[in-house]
Design a protein around this ligand. Structure first.
Ligand code: SF4
Length: 421
């Protein structure tokens, strides 16, 4: 899906826009500068003066006029202070208040109905470093995929697997590290297929990076849960490889997985989880497609039960919609829209519970946190800053206004879980 983002007001609004852009891209969407091609427009409004509030209203009108088909999400100070007014403005589909900003991406994708699934449900996409001073970079190591999951357009759009050489990847990581980047995330359309065309594999790539770079944190992007050999799991003995994997499951019903032509069924998935759970505080996150063609009530329940057993730290939930050119688009018995919506809502609730449980499970532990640049002023004159633990928990702490933790790694005890409170 193409998304256009617009902001009015302060630097903080701009920084939030960047965070949302990154999150939408991670879910496979494309950020566009062109309003007319966008299916979703997000406006971060401002109300610092009467004039700013007026400009926010005008902007909303203008965008709706220019692209009345696009769904319109409004957040920021104007939308928070005048929620009812904003909600009633022509064209506004969703208002997200400032206190919910962190969930804006999730809310927009779950509460609004769009025609199509993301073009690349499993690809974290190439995410640019928006501004200098960022601490994390994405390094794409391969393209293409040799599999044919029936819902996926990637194989059609991207063709055969092509891997970069290890030397090339190492060169890039060393250059990023020299520029002050402290964490790199390896990405690929089918990351696990790395090396299928050059005699290497994902294990040899990670080993080489850990040996030939000093990058403090190495993280893996979305990885299909197959082709992972015994040696792969031992790589996490090195604390520089972050204990977090995003392993797309797509469904917890074997019958649905068969229709999707997935290579990993629930049994094998469970075995992988068992191995990963032996690694302290390991976080497994996943993708689930809701309402795949012919998904019966029984299959859905089976899927929910399995997902619950897995206990994910986070779930990207995609409501199925047919994508032209895929085999799934030709399958019979589409699931009615209302049922897809109900299932999606049910799964969102479960995902939230599981996330909270995972955070609570980690409370009391000490983690090294890599701090980001985002700062929020507090009423007591201090500022709140945000960062990520190695297992990808988003955490926050309060510091004095003249202090900065940006791009530093410091040890902290996780004291309290704020999710959903
Ligand atoms: S493994 Fe399946 S879902 Fe992943 S890129 Fe290949 S075809 Fe698409």
């Amino acid at each position: 899906m193409q998304i256009h983002l617009k902001t009015l007001g302060c630097r903080l609004n701009e920084a939030e826009l960047e965070t949302w852009a990154q999150a939408f891209q991670t879910k496979g969407h494309v950020i566009t500068r062109d309003i007319s091609t966008a299916q979703l427009v997000v406006i971060n409004s401002c109300a610092v003066t009467q004039d700013a509030a007026r400009k926010s209203r005008q902007l909303i009108h203008r965008i709706h006029r220019e692209n009345p088909q696009a769904k319109l999400v409004v957040s920021g100070c104007y939308a928070t202070l005048n929620a009812d007014e904003a909600q009633n403005l022509l064209g506004v589909d969703l208002v997200v208040s400032n206190k919910d900003k962190e969930n804006l991406v999730e809310k927009s994708l779950s509460e609004l109905t769009f025609e199509t699934m993301p073009a690349m449900a499993t690809e974290p996409a190439e995410i640019s470093l928006f501004t200098r001073g960022r601490q994390r970079a994405f390094v794409k190591v391969q393209d293409g995929c040799r599999y044919r999951c029936t819902f996926c357009i990637v194989t059609v759009a991207r063709g055969d697997e092509v891997s970069r050489s290890i030397a090339d990847v190492i060169l890039e990581i060393n250059a990023l590290h020299a520029q002050g980047i402290n964490e790199v995330i390896l990405t690929g359309v089918h990351l696990g297929g790395y090396g299928s065309d050059n005699g290497e594999n994902i294990v040899s790539l990670i080993q080489a990076i850990l040996a030939q770079t000093d990058i403090p944190r190495l993280r893996l992007g979305s990885l299909e849960p197959w082709e992972l050999n015994d040696e792969f799991f031992t790589l996490f003995d090195n604390p520089r490889l972050m204990p977090h994997l995003h392993l797309p499951l797509q469904s917890g019903s074997d019958a649905v997985l068969r229709r999707m032509a997935r290579r990993c069924k629930t049994d094998e998935y469970e075995q992988i989880l068992e191995r990963l759970r032996k690694i302290p505080n390991f976080n497994v996150t996943t993708d689930i497609i809701v309402g795949f063609p012919s998904e019966t009530e029984e299959e859905w329940q089976e899927s929910v039960d399995f997902i619950q057993r897995c206990g994910f730290g986070h779930i990207h939930i995609f409501t199925y919609s047919p994508r032209e050119g895929t085999k799934a688009a030709t399958l019979p018995n589409p699931v009615p829209h209302e049922i897809k919506k109900q299932r999606s809502e049910q799964l969102h609730r479960l995902a939230e519970e599981m996330k909270r449980a995972f955070y609570q499970q980690n409370a009391g532990e000490i983690f090294s946190v890599l701090w980001e640049g985002q700062r929020e002023e507090l009423p007591n004159g201090n500022v709140q800053v945000f960062g990520y633990t190695p297992n990808y928990l988003r955490v926050t702490c309060e510091i004095k206004t003249h202090e900065s933790l940006e791009n530093k790694m410091t040890n902290h005890e996780l004291t309290r879980c704020f999710i959903g409170t």
